[in-house]
Design a binder for this molecule. Structure first.
Ligand code: BGC
Length: 767
């Protein structure tokens, strides 16, 4: 889990320095004094209330707030509404403790950004941070002071719908992205009215649910937990995240919401986290269904004792904690500690000084031209070019294109799932973006088919015969009769190039949106076959929140672009990239399976005793290769890059010390790797240069490769550059079977690479 901590240490130190010097009006000591002074005045009922979060506002909740029985509200939006709720606390409750107002600002508030899986693929932490700054500014203008983001769950199974909310499969990329998002939300100063408190969720291993089924059981080794699922949370903590959210899942027999090992032993004792942990929605009550609590009183006792400080939505803490203390089952000191953590965050967030939102800002700070510009850039940088035969892309503007497919003009789906306060009417569809780029006389449009929604537990039905809208985007001729494949074929026949927009509806990924199949839903394959039969050049643009089965595509279409769900500027960004006003640079943040049967699939797998080989007695399938269709880190540009001259500087790591679970602090040295990257193509391009290592011999078997660094490098045609990576020795380590962090001696492989399956290789020694 220390992959990343040394490399970031400097920035984190600088960050915390600026936080103390510029931002906080009060020192940490002063804050502790204020917290303790307030705590001493609180009754047991007020303490239980302070660690209670209720969903929504109504007369009953307002009354509870006045009685000091609520510490937080979620899902109340709008400066005036928030201020009204806040007034009940600040003006009408005995101790006048402000509420902290929470909301799911997952990928933007009103300026909806690409879904998190997509923006993670930009490998651009600076731009990600800037995007979250926009989200924080907008959300805070609407009265939100706390976002339930970033979602930092590692996921190796695209059947799991919530893969769309995270940064994909890799703990290093996941850690870099987690820290960037925390910095973006919280800014240099968490008390700044334009900052929001971040919440790293869902702690922990929620992404490992069996079969990819949401809310399902997780049973994984301590090593896997520590090496894969915990690092992004640790990175978020190191970046100063104010809060964490406990997960819904059972983890090795103990639900994450009652898991003392993860919530206290690791989070508090090892990582020294001093913010607070909120449960997920109703997850304390759900301890009963898990079968570890007989009733809500026992559920409250278990969750609070394990380390869940605030109760989201089920009102168990407020109802049961006072009696648990009075009956002697729960020491009051445990309640005090939870209250202390909540108050600490409220003080640090400046809520006592600035409890109210400024309604004027709501009118000026939301959906601004600047925000839309940043979102457009983030969207351009999130599209992954998977194939580009004969440089079909970028397309020439002087031609007629047929824009075909059910997602080409679907506004709601451009936003993706869990789109904050996003509104479909704000979204630019691909059809609109292309019409703006080419002029409507050069664009033909046909929807082709509808995508029928799923009914839970049933396979996708046939396309609903709903009529398509009569008023197409940007004045392009559409009809109000049902979408037909014939119309699509006719449009394709009249065009020079076909751009096909297929995929999933936004609601097909996200919470409670797991799928057993990765096929394109509905009749989309029929549409595709009919369009391919016209023999026109086809650009396949996929919009989805997960990799879908496109194993058929490489031999049949000229170009493939994975567009995910790109947010309000989706259509403009897609048109920019397809027609060469911007260049693709994103990479896959996950391994793209050939078939659902390969899942779980991830690049950093173990070698096995019988590594992959053609003969039968090596690990593999009789009927399919082990390799993904596209590996983690893969993505093309509009130019070509050559990698050469990899060199490893100096003998590096010398002292190998064994440490406790907290990791080794004393390992000296660092690894310096350079390689030459040259743009050998004809256009400027941005390459995501990746550094991977592999420890050949260790006490536990090591992944065949592990990402340890990456850089975005922009080069003009013919230009070359020596790209240098530094990896701290400590970040080369792993856990031994007793869960001690070690840096094993011996030979390591190293690659500087365009993706996880290729690159120029070298070796180095740890002595
Ligand atoms: C989700 C969380 C979310 C919470 C509050 C839950 O259902 O799992 O991710 O933050 O609801 O909306």
């Amino acid at each position: 889990m220390f992959y990343f901590r040394q490399t970031l240490l400097c920035c984190i130190l600088l960050f915390s320095f600026s936080l103390t010097s510029l931002a906080q009006q009060f020192s940490d000591t002063q804050i502790e004094q204020r917290v303790n002074a307030l705590l001493r005045k609180m009754t047991l009922e007020e303490k239980a209330g302070q660690i209670t979060q209720l969903a929504g506002m109504n007369a009953h909740t307002a009354e509870m707030i006045k009685q000091g029985k609520v510490g937080s509200i979620l899902g109340v939006l709008g400066a005036e509404n928030v201020n009204e709720a806040q007034r009940a606390a600040v003006e009408n409750s005995r101790l006048k403790i402000p509420l902290i107002i929470g909301y799911d600002v997952i990928h933007g508030y009103r300026t909806v950004f690409p879904v998190p899986l997509a923006s993670a693929g930009s490998f651009d932490p600076q731009l990600i941070e800037q995007s979250e700054r926009v989200a924080a500014k907008e959300a805070s203008a609407s009265g939100v002071k706390w976002t339930f983001a970033p979602m930092v769950d590692i996921a190796r199974d695209p059947r799991w719908g919530r893969i769309v909310e995270g940064a994909g499969e890799d703990p290093y990329l996941g850690s870099v992205v987690a820290a960037a998002r925390v910095r973006g939300f919280q800014g240099n100063n968490i008390a700044d009215p334009e900052s929001v408190v971040a919440c790293a969720k869902h702690y922990v291993a929620y992404g490992a649910v069996e079969g990819g089924r949401d809310y399902n059981t997780v049973d994984i080794s301590e090593e896997l937990l520590r090496e894969v699922y915990l690092p992004p949370f640790h990175a978020a903590v190191d970046a100063g995240v104010g809060t964490l959210m406990s997960a819904f899942n059972d983890l090795n027999g103990v639900p994450a919401t009652a898991n003392h090992h993860t919530l206290t032993d690791i989070l508090r004792d090892e990582w020294k986290f001093d913010g607070f942990v909120v449960s997920d929605y109703n997850s304390i009550h759900e301890l009963i269904a898990h079968g570890v609590a007989a009733d809500d009183s026992q559920a409250s006792l278990e969750a609070l004792s394990a380390g869940v400080d605030m109760d989201m939505a089920d009102d168990d803490y407020e109802r049961f904690i006072p009696d648990l203390v009075k009956s002697g089952k729960l020491p009051e000191s445990v309640v005090d500690e939870a209250v202390r953590r909540v108050l600490r965050v409220k003080f640090k967030a400046g809520l006592f000084e600035h409890p109210y939102a400024d309604p004027a800002r709501e009118k000026t700070d939301i959906l601004t031209a600047d925000s839309l510009q940043i979102e457009r850039k983030m969207a351009q940088e999130s599209m992954v070019l998977l194939q580009n035969n004969n440089d079909l892309l970028p397309l020439k503007k002087a031609q007629t294109v047929a824009v075909i497919g059910p997602l080409a003009d679907d506004k709601a789906s451009q936003l993706g799932s869990w789109a904050g306060n996003g509104q479909a009417k704000d979204a630019v569809t691909p059809l609109e973006g292309i019409v703006t780029k080419l002029g409507k006389e050069h664009v033909l449009y046909a929807k082709g088919v509808d995508i029928p929604p799923f009914e839970k537990g049933l396979a996708a039905g046939v396309a609903a015969p709903a009529p398509t809208s009569a008023t197409g985007a940007a004045g392009v001729e559409t009809s109000n009769k049902a979408a037909t494949i014939e119309d699509a074929v006719s449009a394709a026949n009249k065009a020079d190039t076909v751009i096909l927009f297929v995929g999933e509806l936004a609601g097909m990924t996200g919470e409670a949106s797991s799928r057993a199949s990765l096929e394109l839903p509905g009749d989309q394959m029929k549409l595709i076959s009919a369009v391919l039969a016209t023999k026109k050049p086809v650009v396949l643009v996929l919009e989805s929140g997960r990799p879908l089965n496109i194993s058929w595509a490489p031999g049949h279409v000229q170009a493939i672009m994975q567009a995910w769900f790109l947010g309000v500027q989706a259509g403009n960004a897609i048109a920019d990239v397809l027609f060469g006003d911007a260049s693709p640079s994103a990479r896959l943040p996950l391994s793209w399976p050939r078939s659902v049967g390969q899942i779980p699939i991830y690049y950093n797998h173990k070698n096995t005793g019988r590594p992959s080989a053609p003969d039968r007695w090596h690990t593999g399938y009789l009927d399919l290769s082990n390799e993904p269709l596209y590996p983690f880190g893969y993505g093309l540009t509009y130019t070509k890059f050559k990698y050469s001259n990899v060199s490893v500087k100096s003998g590096i790591v010398r002292s190998i010390t064994f440490g406790g679970k907290e990791g080794v602090r004393g390992v000296a040295g660092s690894l310096h790797v350079t390689a030459e990257i040259e743009n050998t193509g004809k256009r400027e391009g941005t390459e995501v240069v990746q550094l991977y290592v592999h420890d050949r011999v260790a006490p536990t078997s090591r992944p065949v490769r592990e990402l340890k660094g990456f850089q975005r490098v922009t080069l003009a045609p013919g230009e070359h550059k020596n790209v240098e990576f530094t990896v701290q020795a400590n970040d080369l380590g792993s856990y031994d079977p007793d869960m001690h962090w070690i840096v094993p001696a011996g030979t390591y492989d190293v690659w500087v690479a365009p993706d996880s399956a290729s690159g120029v290789a070298g070796t180095f020694e740890v002595q």
